[in-house]
Design a protein around this ligand. Sequence first.
Ligand SMILES: [Fe+2]
Ligand SMILES: [Fe+2]
Length: 158
Amino acid sequence: MPKLKGQEIVKNRADIIKDLNRAVAAELLAAYRYLYLSKYASGMHGREVAERFAKMANDEWGHVGMFMERIIQLGGRPFERVSEAEKVAFGKYLLPPKDETDWKKMLKDSLEGERDAIDFYHKLLQKVHTDDAVTTHLVREALEDEVGDEHALATLLA
Ligand SMILES: [Fe+2]
Ligand SMILES: [Fe+2]
C-alpha cells in the first residue's frame, strides 16, 4: 500500500491504536453483557429495563465496528484473541447478578461500566484532539452515546 497521508498526519499513531484497542475490547464485552441482560432481566420492571439493555447492546456493538475500522485506517491491527478481551479492555467485566429479577443491581453495575467509559473517552479526547481529528470525531460520538446511556440507566433507577 502506498504511504497514506491520512496516516502521516497522525503523529502518535501507535499510542492511539493501543487506546482504540482497549476501547474495542471494552465495547465488545459491554455489547455481550447488555445483550445477555436484555434476555435475562425479568420480574417487575424487568421488561422495560430489558428493552433498554437491548438498545445499548446494539449501540455498543456499533462502537466495536467503528473503532476497529479506525484502527485499520491508521495502519494498525485490532486485537485478535477474543479470550484476551478482559485483559485489554479499559474497564472490568461485571458478571450478571445471580438473581434474574435483581434488575436494580444490573442497572447499578451497568452505570459503573458507563462511567468507566465516559472517563476513558473523555481522557482520550484530550489526548487526540490536537493531532487526530478523525479519531476525535469518533470518540466524541461514543462519548455522546455513553453519556446518554448513563442518563437513561440513572433514570430507570430513580
Ligand atoms: Fe460504547
Ligand atoms: Fe454505553
